[in-house]
Design a protein around this ligand. Structure first.
Ligand code: CP
Ligand code: NVA
Length: 342
């Protein structure tokens, strides 16, 4: 199969304004937080993706959906994609973004997180947080009257996973029954991917070194969800066994932000998990390569794979914006301002 065939979108257009998943999600999610993919039902995950595809196809339909809405981004860690995709996302729907760099001033240090929440919610309509501790996001959510969105914590990266499965839908038409393999650290990205894959009925296989497997509570939750959707979650240590029949191979850095002190220890442990051309050749011939980025080139993935014909990493990056626009529309009740939904 040629690379062109792999990259050809096969998605069927739907009429979003009559879609039962979207209408139910618009009613249930208005005013809610998005801290974890587990906060969503399978139908709500499907709704976000369907709306994301429509926002991508018809951006003008949504250009006034969030007129004058204010979004604050408070980030304790560096970001390229997440910051810009949220900012461009709300700007193209009539809203405004305010960025607060918390890299030198972690949330909770200068003043209690509950007090930050009870100030900020007087001025803005949504709070987007990138933190170390997942509890920081939970505490902000518990105290703010506005929706709070997890833009990456040490535990989850839900917006990333939503964009990633939206990208897989573009490439394969549907992800139900798709064989999705993650190779590397059982980290925040891995957690959100497992939950999202389970919500959409994909078979998710994770290969991690011993001692780096995903959190057991997430695994248990993902298995429960997968079972109800007729799919499977497998945990392995052998990357070769994990990629057999894989339709998508995903990896992430083996040293996440905040773990830099473990770089030397981790490098040899993760070397056998590198995604290179030999490993890609063991997967299905139609397999795509995925990475949340930023990548450490020639560490967890080789240049040949990252820049090769099977790589869809920049489609993933683009879709961060479209998927997050869908999330913002649902949490901020923006569909009432979109003519086709009236
Ligand atoms: N994938 C991702 O979240 O990228 P940034 O760290 O650049 O935001
Ligand atoms: N696991 C990585 C993802 C970066 C987008 C980290 O947390 O640094």
């Amino acid at each position: 199969m040629s690379s062109k065939a792999i990259l050809e979108p096969q998605l069927t257009e739907i009429s979003v304004e009559n879609d039962p998943d979207i209408l139910a999600a618009a009613a249930r999610l208005a005013g809610e937080d998005l801290c974890s993919i587990a906060d969503l039902s399978s139908s709500e995950v499907r709704a976000i993706l369907k709306l994301g595809h429509d926002v991508k196809r018809n951006p003008r339909d949504y250009r006034h959906a969030l007129d004058a809405k204010q979004m604050v981004l408070m980030f304790e860690k560096a970001s390229l994609r997440t910051r810009l995709s949220f900012e461009t996302g709300i700007n193209t729907m009539g809203g405004n973004a305010i960025f607060v760099d918390q890299t030198n001033s972690p949330l909770g240090e200068r003043e209690a997180i509950s007090d930050v929440a009870r100030n900020v919610d007087r001025w803005v309509d949504v709070i987007v947080l990138r933190t170390y501790a997942h509890d920081t996001i939970m505490e902000m959510g518990a105290n703010a009257r506005t929706p709070v969105i997890n833009a990456l914590s040490d535990f989850e990266h839900p917006c990333q996973a939503l964009a990633d499965f939206m990208t897989l839908e573009e490439h394969f038409g549907t992800v139900a029954g798709l064989n999705f393999t993650y190779v590397g650290d059982g980290n925040n990205v891995c957690h959100s991917l497992m939950l999202t894959g389970a919500q959409l009925g994909a078979n998710v296989t994770i290969a991690t070194p011993r001692g780096y497997s995903p959190d057991i509570e997430i695994v248990t939750k993902a298995r429960e969800i997968a079972e109800s959707n007729g799919s499977e979650i497998k945990l392995l240590q052998d990357p070769h066994a994990a990629v057999e029949n894989a339709d998508a191979i995903y990896t992430d850095v083996c040293v996440s932000m905040g773990m830099e002190h473990e770089s030397t220890k981790r490098a040899p442990i993760f070397r056998p998990y590198q995604v290179n051309e030999a490993l890609m050749a063991e997967a299905s011939p139609r397999a795509v390569f995925m990475h949340c980025l930023p990548a450490h080139r020639n560490a967890e993935v080789t240049d040949a794979v990252l820049d090769g014909p099977q790589s869809i990493v920049f489609d993933q990056a683009e879709n961060r914006m479209h998927a997050q626009k869908a999330v913002l529309l649902l949490l901020l009740g923006g569909l009432v301002n979109v003519t086709k939904f009236q």
